[in-house]
Structures are given as structure tokens and as C-alpha cells.
Design a protein. Structure first.
Length: 219
């Protein structure tokens, strides 16, 4: 799978460096400073989740980018517990094998857009527009006033408005949760954001996909 992904991603314009072992992956992360890391769950000398944890926590004498985006590629037999463990160790996204290459490519591009935005980038998502430079949100041209976490939640959802973002990912990236217990924080913020966006028409917005997470636009 690694070889196939290297070929396809190279063909799509990415500069790719590959590693078969965890120690090699960490060395490459420090030397090459990648914009994004793809991690399988099983490497030659380590668990991919352990490598993800080490990337996030850092190590004495090492200088890799601890905030580099990480997508974990899980095994076909993986379950919800493995997904939660991956997000708990700091991954940005999780995709179970078998998966469509086009879906992986879309997720890579969405994360790169979100983590390296242009200073004056305008996000358009149907009736919703977000001006990052001005920190201004409009729906059908009308300005919507959002609280801090509501705005951050909207930024995540608007980066790929038809994609369902898992709840555990949103809790980790917007609120910084390291462990995922029972909480209504995301649901309450999503409800307020839905209500504020919906008052100007063009919805429904902030759609709850039961048992999975949220997406900005209904499809």
C-alpha cells in the first residue's frame, strides 16, 4: 500500500518520502519538515499510533514540527476503539482500509488548506462565507456574530463543508481535548452555531450525522 500511495501522490504533484519503520519516520519528520504525515497502524519496529504520540509530544534533542498534520490509515478490521485511540494520540484524521484513493486525496487537500491558509483566504460554503483575515462570517450576505469556539468550529466544518468530521476530531482540534469522555460541549456549540447561521436562510447547516459527527452542509 505504501508503494502504491507514493506513486499516486507523486503523480498528483506531491513530493513524497517514504519510511518503513517508526525510527526512520521520525528522522524524516525532523530532517524533511513535511507538510503532512500519513501513518499506517503497523510499522516495522513500532505501532503507528505510538509514532503519532511521539510526534505530538516531542523528545529531548529532537526538533520536528509537533503540530504537523497526521492522517492514520487503519486496518480493515479496526473498530471504534482504535479510532478513538488514534485521535487521543493526536492524529488529525483517520481512514480505515480499504479506502478509495480519491477520498484520501480529498482529505489530504482539505487538511492542507486548513493548516496552511492564505492570509486573505475566503472560504465559500454555499450560503456561508468566512473571511479569515477580517474574521467575518456572512450568510447570504448578512453578517453573523459568533463566539470564539463557534467561529473555530465553523472554520473546521467550512474547510470541507460536505465531509462528516468525527466528533472526537472536532473535540481535539477545537477544544484541545486529549482524552474523550462524556461531554455535551460539542453538541451545545453545534446547536448554537446552527441556530445563528440558520436565521438568515439557506440551510440546513451544521448537520448532525448520528453516531459519527457533524458536517456543515446537508447533501
Amino acid at each position: 500500500m505504501r508503494g502504491s500511495l507514493e506513486r499516486h501522490l507523486t503523480d498528483d504533484g506531491f513530493q513524497v518520502v517514504g519510511a518503513v519503520a517508526g525510527c526512520e519516520a521520525l528522522e524524516l519528520a525532523e530532517r524533511e519538515r513535511p507538510d503532512l504525515v500519513l501513518l499506517g497502524t503497523s510499522l516495522a519496529d513500532a505501532s503507528g499510533l505510538d509514532v503519532c504520540r511521539r510526534l505530538r509530544e516531542g523528545e529531548p534533542g529532537r526538533s520536528w514540527n509537533r503540530t504537523v498534520p497526521v492522517i492514520v490509515l487503519g486496518r480493515g478490521e479496526t473498530d471504534a476503539v482504535d479510532r478513538v485511540r488514534a485521535f487521543d494520540r493526536g492524529c488529525d484524521d483517520y481512514l480505515s482500509h480499504p479506502f478509495a484513493y480519491d477520498e484520501l486525496l480529498a482529505r489530504i487537500r482539505a487538511i492542507l488548506r486548513r493548516t496552511a491558509p492564505s492570509e486573505h483566504e475566503l472560504l465559500d460554503a454555499g450560503a456561508v462565507a468566512v473571511d479569515r483575515a477580517a474574521r467575518r462570517v456572512t450568510v447570504n450576505g448578512a453578517t453573523v456574530h459568533l463566539a470564539g469556539k463557534e467561529y473555530e468550529l465553523l472554520l473546521h466544518l467550512a474547510s470541507d463543508p460536505e465531509r462528516v468530521f468525527p466528533k472526537e476530531q472536532l473535540l481535539r482540534e477545537v477544544w484541545g481535548y486529549r482524552t474523550l469522555g462524556r461531554t455535551r460541549t460539542l453538541d451545545s456549540h453545534a446547536s448554537r452555531l446552527r441556530r445563528k447561521l440558520g436565521q438568515f436562510g439557506g440551510g440546513p447547516f451544521v448537520v448532525n450525522v448520528w453516531g459519527v459527527g457533524y458536517r456543515l452542509l446537508d447533501v
